[in-house]
Design a binder for this molecule. Structure first.
Ligand SMILES: [Zn+2]
Length: 136
């Protein structure tokens, strides 16, 4: 059985010695505040059978809590954070060099601007400008 993604709500819970430096979405919470998020979902969307099936699968698929699991988790989070920082600094996701604004010369896209890696032609990473335009 595949679960419809619309029926799944992610919630991120921080515990221990941590505080949020900026405002968070309502599904990113500190400690016991996750209870409020869960209780805000009141519409039943799964049958009893579906719930049982999901619980069984979570129990069988859960990684055993260990140092190894913790290290892998921290590593993965660091990769995500570094990638986000690169996007904010406008660095190439592939080689880390700055992205620079270029103008297309091809017949189809003539005059269109895009972000190209300054490592060109060694690195050919490009990114459309639309998102940046909205942000800045
Ligand atoms: Zn590059």
């Amino acid at each position: 059985m595949e679960i419809d993604p619309d029926k799944v709500f992610s919630v991120v819970v921080f515990v221990g010695d941590s505080t949020f430096k900026t405002a968070m979405r309502d599904n990113v919470v500190y400690a016991g505040d996750y209870v409020r998020f869960i209780k805000s979902k009141t519409q039943p969307i799964l049958s009893d059978g579906e719930i049982l099936d999901i619980c069984t699968r979570i129990q069988s698929g859960r990684l055993r809590p260990s140092i190894r699991t913790h290290i892998d988790h921290v590593k993965q989070v660091k990769v995500i954070v570094a990638e986000k920082q690169r996007q904010e600094d406008n660095l190439c996701p592939k080689c880390g060099k700055p992205m620079i604004l270029r103008t297309a010369r091809s017949v189809n896209n003539q005059g269109k601007q895009f972000w190209g890696c300054s490592g060109f032609p060694k690195c050919r990473t490009v990114r459309q400008t639309s998102h940046r335009c909205l942000q800045r």
